[in-house]
Write a protein that binds this ligand. Structure first.
Ligand SMILES: C[S@@+](CC[C@H](N)C(=O)[O-])C[C@H]1O[C@@H](n2cnc3c(N)ncnc32)[C@H](O)[C@@H]1O
Length: 522
């Protein structure tokens, strides 16, 4: 089958035909953008690659079985004109029509944005269909009025298809014009039930650069609120994995609010950037986490759980420790210095409720004195035997402001290892769970109001264990039906910016597949 494509981009028709196992003889592709050409060449290796449809000598192309052109929708106004073939001169549709006239392909598929239908109050679409069908052709099986003289006489079927109806979780509506030189009946493919959701196409691990920074989230949210007030209709609403993606756009790289997704982030265990496993974590001692994770490179800085009582509610001596509500036990700890917590759904501080574990009883200084008195061996030996970080164990045996009370598990491990009595079991291991909320001062108080348990230097928004990120270029390619293998080839020759653009410009391969099945009775 001889095929030729204009505005070839990354070759959705070629990909679809190959997927269907059809034997294609690609006579030519044509693409003006050098980056798209580079991807196309990696993926399809065409015999002839033209660079510009407007300068091609159409007569040198043999008659095609199939011609595909997803021509860019240019804003052309026919106002005051008759709406004939010549009136489209200066538009890329004019070049498409000229090619069809010269080449007389057996079949063509033209694709465009849905907005083509309403452009210039429908006159643009009317002119395009007149040009294609007048002179003996039909539109959707109907013989029209031959309102222009030099129409191409094709039998054209037109319909808006949405990618989400053909197996791909993307809300992408495009108009397809399928034309036949000889009259035949044609029906567009039936809608299919969508089985995939965005989460099925998401990468598991993505580079940190795709996550939105706190600053960005705040500015998008403010932006959204301003627009809500003004009623402009702008809505920034990150998707969840169960949603379907918005229509990918060619300028996605420039528009960071496009296709953002809320993803869960594994909190535990996680290796910090420095490679020190577990550091930078905030997890509850029972393993269920506080849903806040420090140590990622974005987010709100400085969280501080429970300054010890003896600090009078002020920042404790050691900035990098997180204390439980009794003010003494670092059942949570963080790495060092400035803290970031995880980015996620946007939650107002006032709305955020966290379950906080508090010790039911006082945990006096004596607990640490008791541990110190019962210490056998070096800190190093104990840490090794217990499988705990040395720095953590060290604090259990201190009796100054930086002392820490072991979390429940560690306490029992210590007991077994050092063989001491049950004397302080109650003080250390009896835990009550309370619901805590942020107050406007951005402090989190335990429900008993004992002590500020969590504080952030940021006002206004806080985050849970979810993070917001942009779709990656690979995910965008998947959302257009390309294989990972195809993406990998293109990635070798193109930047993220170009890869986003190419996905946004493409026709969804799966839609093409379904269309070709109907055209070729497969
Ligand atoms: C909407 S995209 C079509 C993408 C293509 N259908 C695909 O599957 O990837 C339009 C493409 O036309 C290209 N283009 C624009 N003007 C052109 C011209 N004069 N000649 C050839 N290609 C052109 C653009 O660079 C862009 O890649």
């Amino acid at each position: 089958m001889k095929i030729g494509t204009d505005f070839s981009g990354i070759g959705s028709p070629e990909s679809a035909l190959k997927r269907l196992g059809l034997d294609i003889d690609e006579v030519f592709a044509c693409e003006i953008n050098k980056f798209a050409r580079a991807s196309f060449n990696e993926l399809h290796n065409p015999t002839t690659m033209y660079e510009d449809i407007t300068t091609r000598d159409h007569s040198e192309v043999p008659q095609l079985d199939l011609y595909v052109a997803g021509f860019p929708c240019q804003s052309f106004s026919l106002a005051g004109k008759r709406g004939g073939f010549e009136d489209t001169r200066g538009t890329l549709f004019f070049n498409v029509a000229e090619f069809i006239k010269e080449n007389q392909p057996k079949c063509f598929v033209l694709e465009n944005v849905k907005g083509l239908l309403s452009h210039d109050n429908g006159r643009t679409y009317q002119t395009i269909t007149d040009v294609l069908t007048n002179g003996g052709g039909t539109l959707n099986g109907q013989i029209g009025l031959d309102s222009i003289d030099n129409g191409l006489g094709y039998h054209v079927y037109a319909k808006v298809l949405n990618s989400k109806d053909y197996g791909i979780p993307q809300n992408r509506e495009r108009i397809f014009l399928v034309g036949f030189k000889e009259f035949r009946e044609f029906r567009f493919p039936k809608k299919m039930e969508l089985e995939l959701r965005l989460k099925d196409l998401l990468e598991k691990e993505v580079d940190e650069k795709y996550y939105l920074s706190d600053k960005m989230i705040k500015s998008f949210t403010n932006h959204k609120e301003r627009h809500e007030e003004k009623g402009t209709g702008f809505k920034w609403q990150p998707k969840t994995g169960d949603d379907i993606a918005n229509c990918l756009r060619a300028n996605a790289a420039l528009c960071p609010t496009d296709n953002t997704v809320i993803v869960s982030h594994s909190l535990f265990p996680r290796t910090s950037k420095t490679g020190k496993g577990g550091s930078g974590h905030l997890s509850k001692t029972d393993g269920t986490s506080y849903c806040v994770d420090t140590g990622c490179s974005q987010g709100v800085e400085v969280i501080q759980l429970n300054p010890p009582k003896e600090s009078g509610g002020k920042q404790p001596f050691q900035q990098n420790r997180v204390y439980d509500s009794n003010g003494v036990a670092p059942c949570l700890d963080t790495e060092s210095g400035r803290r970031n917590i995880q980015v996620s759904e946007i939650v107002r501080l006032e709305d955020l409720k966290l379950i906080v574990s508090n010790r039911t009883n006082e945990t006096p200084l004596e607990v640490n004195q008791f541990l110190k008195d019962n210490k056998k061996g070096t800190i190093n030996d104990i840490a090794k035997a217990l499988g705990l970080p040395k720095t953590k164990v060290e604090h259990y045996f201190r009796i100054d402001k930086s002392r820490a009370i072991p979390c429940v598990d560690d306490w029992f491990k210590l007991k077994t290892h050092l063989g001491f009595s049950d004397k302080y079991d109650k003080q250390v291991t009896e835990i009550t769970k309370d619901i805590s909320t942020f107050e406007s001062s951005s402090r989190l108080y335990s429900s008993e109001g004992i002590s500020p348990t969590l504080q952030t230097s940021e006002q206004g928004y806080y985050k849970t264990n979810k993070r917001i990120r942009r779709l990656t270029p690979l995910e965008c390619w998947r959302l257009q039906g390309y294989t990972d293998e195809q993406f990998n080839k293109a990635q070798k020759v193109n930047s993220d910016t170009q890869l986003y653009k190419q996905a946004g410009n493409s026709i969804t391969v799966d839609v093409m597949v379904e269309l070709f099945k109907k055209i070729y009775d497969i």
